[in-house]
Design a protein around this ligand. Structure first.
Ligand code: NAI
Ligand code: A1CAB
Length: 266
């Protein structure tokens, strides 16, 4: 099935839902095929600019849809699933949940028997079609997996993982956007201290980060081998890197990832 003919309900168009919707439209999904909801109708102005069907009526949105994307916070999903229970149809619909930390089994217990449920963990780079999305499924039809892959391939890159790794995928891939942003922000602050205005520093850092990631993606090399190419003996790069490590750079990142994991797993 072509995703351009799919009717998609996006339940909970907040930060991530908005990014998914705008990425889908950028990928050629007609805005009129998207039914977006959020709880507060006053905050629908931004999404309405994309010309999707936008409202607060989850039941209406779900009834129109082939695929239901659940994009609410973990503490809101129960209310939503209770509300749409009578409107979801296991015979013709697929539910895709991006909700952090809520298992397929837990979701299934709140839905009609036989409902096909897939979990996806994208990130906000879906907005610019550069999301890395981890997907897991259990006992759904192949065509439903293919369809989900098509949706998220349109928003970047997808990989299929085991459900037991979904929380780890959340930390590394979804929270990861925030960690990288903080890294970029810190680089810019350093760049200003060594002489650049903020805009120029930002430009240099953004392209440097993109270049570093592209090197690894295209050359399939190890980060340390790329570092070796930059570190002149007795040079400035190794002096800076070692000073960062003395201050706990890698350790701080690893500890941060583990703290994020603990927060999901608790
Ligand atoms: N923001 C991110 O980078 C990522 C978020 N996620 C997950 O995606 C989900 C959404 O996250 P965000 O977009 O950041 O949250 P958000 O708070 O920005 O968006 C959630 C939206 O759900 C709406 N909502 C709440 N109750 C509702 C109801 N009863 N009916 C309809 N809409 C309702 C809210 O109005 C809000 O617009 C969460 O489960 C989060 O863990 C997953 C990956 C990345
Ligand atoms: O911080 C959070 O709870 C969500 C999960 C992934 C990104 N943001």
């Amino acid at each position: 099935m072509d995703i351009k003919t799919l009717k998609i309900a996006v339940i909970g168009v907040g930060n991530l839902g908005n990014a998914l919707v705008s990425g889908l439209i950028e990928s050629g999904v007609p805005a009129t095929n998207i039914y977006a909801t959020r709880r507060n109708g006053d905050k629908l102005e931004e999404i309405k600019k994309l010309r999707v069907h936008a409202g607060t009526d989850n039941r209406f949105a779900v009834k129109q849809a082939d695929v239901i994307l659940l994009c609410v916070k973990p503490f809101n999903y129960q209310v939503v699933l209770d509300e749409i229970y009578d409107d979801i149809d296991p015979l013709r619909q697929l539910v895709v949940s991006v909700i952090t930390g809520v298992s397929i089994e837990t979701l299934a217990a709140k839905m009609p028997s036989g409902m096909a449920i897939i979990r996806a963990m994208p990130n906000t780079a879906a907005d610019v079609k550069e999301s890395l999305t981890c997907i897991c499924h259990n006992g759904v039809e192949d065509y439903q997996v293919e369809l989900t892959l098509k949706i998220f391939d349109a928003l970047g890159t997808t990989i299929i993982i085991k459900e037991e790794l979904m929380n780890s995928a959340t930390v590394l891939g979804a929270c990861g956007i925030a960690y990288v942003m903080r890294f970029i922000r810190a680089m810019v602050q350093g760049g200003i201290e060594i002489g650049f205005d903020a805009e120029t520093a930002g430009n240099i850092v953004q392209h440097t980060v993109k270049g570093a990631a592209t090197l690894l993606l295209e050359r399939k090399t190890h980060p340390e081998s790329e570092i070796d190419k930059v570190t002149t003996p007795k040079g400035c790069t190794i002096a800076g890197l070692n000073e960062m490590e003395h201050n706990g750079f890698s350790s701080a990142l690893i500890k941060g990832l583990k703290a994020s994991m603990t927060q999901i797993d608790h």
